[in-house]
Design a protein around this ligand. Sequence first.
Ligand code: DAH
Length: 352
Amino acid sequence: MLDKLNEIEKSALESLKSITDSATLEGWRVANLGRSSPLMNVFAEFGKLSKEERPVVGQAANRVKVALESAFESQSQAVKNAVLAKSLEEEKLDVTLPGRTKPIGRLHPSTQQLRRVLDILAEMGFQVYTSREVETDEYNFQLLNFPPDHPARDMQDTFFIQADGRADNPILMRTHTSPGQIHAMRQYAKMNPSDPPPIRIALPGMCFRYEQITARSEIQFNQVEGLAVGKNITFADLKGTIADFVRRMFGEGARLRFRASYFPFTEPSAEVDVECFVCGGKGCQVCKNSGWLEILGCGMVHPVVLQNGGYDPKIYSGYAWGMGPERQLMLRNKINDIRYFWGNDVRFLEQF
Ligand code: DAH
């Protein structure tokens, strides 16, 4: 019996040594340690042994069992390690390689410029006031001192949304941010109609015009309107504010000039030019050889407009301006085609 046990042990250990995968290993376990393995048969035949043989064979059988189990454990571990080593070898990973960067989204260049403008104006004490993109003829034109057949309407080709049954006051897409002036003044005036509070606001937003789309004109663009209303506001305040804004936006040394102009809602009116960034004032293609680039329209709020907003023009005065963030970006970055802005070509957008 003891010889038989030695034989069982020797051949089991011998066959275990060469096993390299876990399926075969499991087969070995069933064959050598399972219920009908030769070793278990020895245990099963225990009853047939004499009283003297039992402890001797029992001890030997247990020793063989423990030996096979521990050999099985260590071979399992060896197989596991080998599998791991193999997969590490096969899936070799160079952790020192630079990672692949994922493209990250960003704000649209117009939004970036809009925010730059509003940041500067906030530092100068202008609070943002947003108003609607869909307007009535009354707010977009009439209350801003454009009577129905006024020729200045020609400068602002309009998308009319609904004219049926509203001949006197069609609904339209705003052509400029100026109607926000009336909304704001009326809202502020309501707070204290007999002595309305002063106003200092910036009105940003999209404007729409029924234009042929070309390199120089688009059917939509942003504007940032400025409005200050109060007692004793003069043209000098307007000039100082615009000059301060231009220096903050375009640099300390930026030169600017005011040129007389006309808008129905301001009197007097002016346009502001800055010295051409491209040629430094010498004259080039971008400034059409004038040395100057127009950046905004402005003026003193017309008495009729103040009145329409609920501010008595005998007591109050104010200034206003309208500027275009896309235009500023075009001038700054020598972008020669306005269609890039809404063309959504990432090759353009990712440059900002
Ligand atoms: N609303 C004018 C436009 O879109 C721009 C403008 C000019 C606004 C003068 C103003 C201003 O407030 O005072 O063409």
